[in-house]
Design a protein. Structure first.
Length: 465
């Protein structure tokens, strides 16, 4: 029997592509997913599984009241996200964050796609622009787009390719960590999904140890890149040695901040800095070094990271590294429906659009999939309102960003979802006694107001969609 609709083609089986395909199929439209792995490997992926996580295993904060990432989690769940369903099913303890067993998560996503009657998963590379007869295509090739396809897209858009380096943090075997020096505790004892409030391993440093560590980071040999590869880093995922070079105290106010933690081995002495490790798999045998993405050479990584108290005999399941990420100047090249202005049959999703982060990629994939399915069904789906997390992120990608901040190069850069992308709320928060809130209390009240508005507005949009 002939299918009632021509299929939508999705290029890329990462988080965005997997989510897009699922949403299309759930709408009753057939979809073909084209994934080049394992036939063509990348520098970062290790398996042929769809939605493989190549950097952290954390989906970040699950707090939907005061954190924009938690808000986007909530919105994805409300819209039947496959990525969030599988993440929730394979969560591991991580304090206030939602972290997953990476293999279990990717296997679950792959099985769901392979089992859906309207989804065909083809293992092949699309080397160049897709055939003209594919009239409804989503390009969700992520940070490691095939060179041939990237070149074709660049030629079509007329935009110079712009790349940065996403970074991979080292992973340590848990049984090689010296727990006579380290201890379990989440910052401020906060428990998140699947967590207990004691979900991170913490390694303390005194001032002398911290200074020596910073010196080693700055002086250690680094991976050298070719001239054409030297591009700006994304500030949300800087290599740790780059952070150290920006100032000796930078790390103490970033991934090594010592706040909200007490060393039970020496409770009267406040550590000068702390390194945190987060559970990386369901068995609890592997822990990743939070925020320790790096371009140090492997030998230098082992030597430098073993300076950290508790990690003197650390055994590394994986050392850190960097991989290339390419993205469009989306505000200029894409319309509000994520379609390429130069060729509207091509719709883009995920990190190639200039969003950053797992859930952000999945969210853009979800909306792209719903838009593509609606188009195939003969109607148009408007984007979610900008007051929602997904709507705010889409607005940043497709038009919410200035073309340039000065006479220099264009300023559009990859962005995580954050409350700064939301339209402001006009209110004067007050305490129960009627006094106006100030400082941190006011900031928290504002975030809660933004979250509440987003929840209400998404519900209204879903009723109309």
């Amino acid at each position: 029997m002939k299918a009632p609709f021509k299929p939508v083609h999705v290029i890329g089986g990462g988080l965005a592509g997997s989510e897009a395909a699922w949403q299309i199929a759930q709408a009753g439209v057939p979809v073909v997913v084209h994934e080049m792995r394992p036939l063509r490997a990348t520098d970062a992926h290790k398996t042929g599984l769809c939605a493989e996580l190549v950097c952290s295993n954390s989906f970040r904060s699950d707090d939907s009241e005061t954190n924009a990432v938690g808000v986007i989690h909530r919105e994805l769940r409300a819209m039947g996200s496959l990525v969030m369903r599988c993440a929730d099913a394979h969560q591991v303890p991580a304090g206030g964050a939602l972290a997953v067993d990476r293999d279990g998560f990717a296997s679950a996503v792959t099985l769901a796609l392979e089992s859906h009657p309207l989804i065909e998963l083809r293992r092949e590379e699309i080397a160049g622009l897709p055939p003209e007869e594919w009239d409804n295509v989503i390009v969700a090739t992520g940070p490691l787009t095939s060179p041939a396809l990237a070149e074709a897209i660049g030629a079509l858009t007329g935009e110079a390719e712009l790349a940065f380096y996403d970074a991979i943090a080292p992973i340590v075997h848990a049984d090689s960590i010296d727990m006579t020096k380290a201890w379990f505790q989440s910052r401020y004892d906060k428990a998140g999904p699947g967590g207990t409030g004691a979900d991170y391993i913490n390694c303390p440093l005194d001032r002398a140890q911290y200074d020596a560590f910073v010196d080693a980071l700055i002086e250690g040999p680094k991976t050298q890149f070719k001239d054409f590869e030297k591009t700006p880093y994304f500030d949300g995922c800087l290599p740790i040695e780059v952070m150290a070079e920006r100032g000796r105290e930078t790390l103490r106010h970033g991934p090594m901040k010592p706040v909200g933690l007490t060393n039970p081995h020496n409770p009267t002495v406040k550590p000068y800095a702390i390194v945190q490790l987060r559970q990386d798999n369901a068995l609890g045998t592997l822990y990743n070094m939070v925020g320790f993405q790096t371009k140090l050479l492997y030998g230098a990584q082992v030597e430098t990271f073993r300076r950290i108290p508790g990690l003197e005999r650390a055994e590394f399941a994986r050392l850190g590294g960097l991989h290339r990420n390419t993205f469009l100047n989306s505000p200029k090249t894409l319309d509000t429906m994520l379609r390429l202005k130069a060729q509207p049959r091509l719709r883009f999703a995920g990190q190639i659009t200039g969003c950053e982060g797992y859930v952000e990629s999945a969210a853009v994939g979800l909306i792209a999939g719903r838009m593509a399915a609606a188009e195939r069904l003969g109607h148009e789906l408007p984007p979610p309102p900008q007051t929602t997390a997904i709507g705010a992120l889409l607005n940043h990608i497709t038009g919410g960003h200035i073309e340039t901040i000065d006479a220099g190069p264009r300023s559009f850069q990859p962005m995580n979802v954050n409350f700064g992308l939301f339209p402001p709320v006009d209110f004067s928060p007050k305490a129960p006694n009627g006094k106006r809130l100030r400082g941190p209390e006011k900031a928290i009240a504002k975030k809660r107001a933004l979250s509440s508005r987003a929840e209400t507005d998404l519900a209204l949009w879903l009723k109309r969609a």
